[in-house]
Design a protein around this ligand. Structure first.
Ligand SMILES: Nc1ncnc2c1ncn2[C@@H]1O[C@H](COP(=O)(O)OP(=O)(O)OP(=O)(O)O)[C@@H](O)[C@H]1O
Ligand SMILES: [Mg+2]
Length: 258
């Protein structure tokens, strides 16, 4: 039997929306701080097994990025339990975590260490990373001299080269020009073709979801509405979007026609 690599058990994430920085500061000492609650993920449970490729559908604000961030440990659940078993590489916030004063090449080592790699392992991957990032002489310049696109390229090159066991991609990702995007997609295809690599993909596009994934999960307002075969999931997502649009239109009509 395949092993479970990602499991969510009754996971809820509530963000606190403070009225002001003052209120946020107050909350550190007192329970009386003034804030509103936003439930981003609501009692979510699911399992993903090794080697699965799963698309996560949902409209803006459905909770997709929050789910990915909890898997990578960028943020924590308010309640519930998450288990992740394997080296996770996330193509989410590619530019986060670089030290601006150090060169691109030096930052390859920093990030490699963050992934728990030894210096020799990083050294072996360095040429591949440098080639993929395609930054020419800039690779030996401090990262503070990079454009945001250049930082994203370096981030992408590192994160795909570390031989991830679990690859997480948010399609909303901006990684520079279309030529580089194309190379990114090819690289992603190559990684997920490897046996036992698990893939989780956030997208609004049914087309790319179908070409990469076998399973689809549909989120709406923090809740999991559908989990199953990719074509059925894409169809379900399309319907929920259409229903929401129809509801919105009806509401709009009410206001203007009364
Ligand atoms: N740091 C935060 N503080 C407060 N609220 C947040 C925070 N991050 C997300 N939210 C809220 O949580 C909800 C879910 O956000 P999330 O980013 O997970 O949505 P998403 O499905 O990724 O949307 P999109 O398709 O726009 O990327 C939204 O209502 C959002 O405003
Ligand atoms: Mg998002």
């Amino acid at each position: 039997m395949a092993k479970t690599v990602i499991e969510f058990k009754n996971v809820t994430k509530v963000y606190k929306l403070f009225k002001s920085d003052r209120q946020r500061f107050k909350s550190l000492f007192s329970k009386k701080a003034n804030y509103k609650k936003k439930v981003a993920v609501n009692d979510l449970s699911f399992k993903i097994e090794q080697g699965e490729s799963v698309a996560l559908f949902g409209k803006n604000g459905a909770g997709k990025s929050t789910i990915l961030k909890m898997i990578t440990g960028v943020t924590y659940p308010t309640s519930g339990e998450i288990t992740v078993d394997g080296r996770v590489s996330a193509l989410l916030e590619l530019t986060a975590g670089f030290d601006p004063e150090f060169t691109g090449r030096e930052n390859i080592y920093f990030r490699g260490q963050l992934f728990g790699m030894k210096d020799e392992e990083i050294k072996a991957l360095e040429p591949e990373i440098v080639e993929f990032a395609d930054l020419n002489d800039y690779i030996d310049q401090p990262v503070r001299t990079y454009s945001s696109g250049m930082k994203a390229r370096l981030g992408f090159a590192i994160n795909v080269s570390i031989k991830p066991e679990i690859l997480i991609v948010d399609e909303a990702l901006s990684v520079g020009d279309s030529e580089f995007k194309k190379r990114c997609l090819e690289k992603i295809k190559e990684i997920i073709a490897e046996k036992d690599v698990t893939f989780l993909f956030v997208t609004h596009s049914a087309g790319s979801a179908k070409s990469f994934c076998k399973r689809g999960m549909v989120m709406r307002q923090g809740k999991l509405l559908f989990d199953g075969e990719i074509n059925e999931a894409a169809e379900f997502y399309k319907q929920t979007v259409e229903e929401d649009e129809a509801k919105k239109k009806k509401k709009g009509k009410g206001i203007f026609e009364q």
